[in-house]
Design a protein around this ligand. Structure first.
Ligand code: ATP
Length: 323
């Protein structure tokens, strides 16, 4: 491999910059040139790039967002779009690509592998919903941001004796909600993986908590739950008459300087991606298996399934008094 392209795609996540820096510096270390493709597959189609060297990624580890911008590209889903992307790679003399993003980004990489490019994926999403990896870049920072905001909310909810329903990120998965719920000592956590039993899992814990003398309640809801936080709040209001308020944390969870965990994971994953390419490997996703860094064939990775962490789920239910 003589020249590689690196890009970020799909939703951004804190730590993507640290991964870019690591890819570039590892490549330089191995005598490989590096080009940054801006705006994901959109930039690949339109030849939107910058040359990256050791100094151009200086100080990037601590910066949130992605210096290469991120985008979703409908054009890339067409054959014509993909041909244009391959042409850009030819023009730039790229033999390989490293894509940082989610499953959609990895699917895109597969289509380029079919056209003869070497490709490696790095899991970057705050939702931690990539099946092949126990950890994805951005998850820790996003959870910390949510915890910090919820702690602040709790102060005011306590003063006014309210019930707070907080919606956190997680379009298809409840990892953030569950983790944050455990960390914040939530009264209940609602996730898309489990059907909502309003009476037993939500109203009953609030009633018990009230009987024990508590006057404020914190319910964490994942974004992907049907009806979202507003529907959950309506049920609580009707069943308990509590002053129930909804807070949607939203995109604030995507921002901020990455945590130590995200910087370290991103740096290792960036290194691994280039190492794999330098060994002639292609069509791999760098992943974590517990605390170890591993890699999987992209097809295999996309076929994997990931549920909620059962241990965390059991702990959450025990601490909220559920069976
Ligand atoms: P997130 O976790 O934020 O959703 P993602 O990488 O899964 O990240 P997507 O929007 O699903 O985000 O995918 C990013 C881009 O990858 C899409 O805009 C599209 O250009 C490309 N892509 C997705 N799926 C495919 C596919 N099946 N074939 C070709 N390209 C695809």
């Amino acid at each position: 491999v003589r020249r590689i392209g690196v890009f970020t795609s799909g939703g951004d996540a804190p730590g993507m910059n640290a991964a870019i820096r690591s890819v570039v510096r590892t490549a330089v270390h191995m005598g490989i040139e590096c080009v940054g493709i801006r705006r994901g597959y959109h930039g690949l189609i339109n030849g939107d790039f910058i040359t990256l060297d050791f100094d151009s990624v200086s100080g990037l580890s601590r910066r949130g967002g992605t210096m290469l911008y991120s985008a979703r590209s409908e054009d890339f889903k067409s054959e014509l779009g993909r041909e244009r992307a391959v042409n850009t790679c030819k023009l730039l003399g790229l033999d390989a690509l490293v894509g940082i993003g989610g499953d959609g980004t990895f699917r895109g990489l597969l289509t380029l592998a079919d056209k003869g490019l070497s490709v490696i994926g790095i899991p970057g999403t705050i939702d931690n919903d990539i099946a092949c990896s126990t950890y994805t870049i951005g998850y820790d920072t996003a959870c910390n941001t949510a915890v910090e905001s919820i702690d602040k909310l709790r102060d005011t909810m306590q003063s006014h004796e309210r019930c707070s329903v907080v919606e956190v990120m997680g379009r298809h998965a409840g990892h953030v909600a569950l983790n944050v719920g455990v960390a914040c000592g939530a009264t209940a956590v609602v996730v898309p993986e489990q059907a909502i039993d309003y009476e037993n899992d939500l109203i009953e814990p609030i009633r018990r908590s009230r009987l024990a003398g508590r006057t404020h309640f914190m319910i964490i809801v994942a974004e992907g739950v049907q009806g979202g936080a507003y529907e959950v709040a309506n049920h609580i209001r009707e069943a308990t008459s509590l002053d129930t308020r909804v807070t949607i944390l939203g995109h604030v969870q995507r921002g901020g300087a990455p945590s130590l965990r995200d910087r370290v994971a991103a740096t290792y994953m960036g290194y691994e991606a280039v190492r794999l390419l330098s060994e002639g490997k292609t069509c791999r996703v760098v992943a974590m298996d517990g605390e170890s860094y591993v890699d999987y064939d992209i097809h295999e990775a996309l076929a994997m399934k990931k549920g909620l962490d059962q241990q965390t789920y059991t702990v959450m239910r025990a601490l909220t008094g559920l069976q």
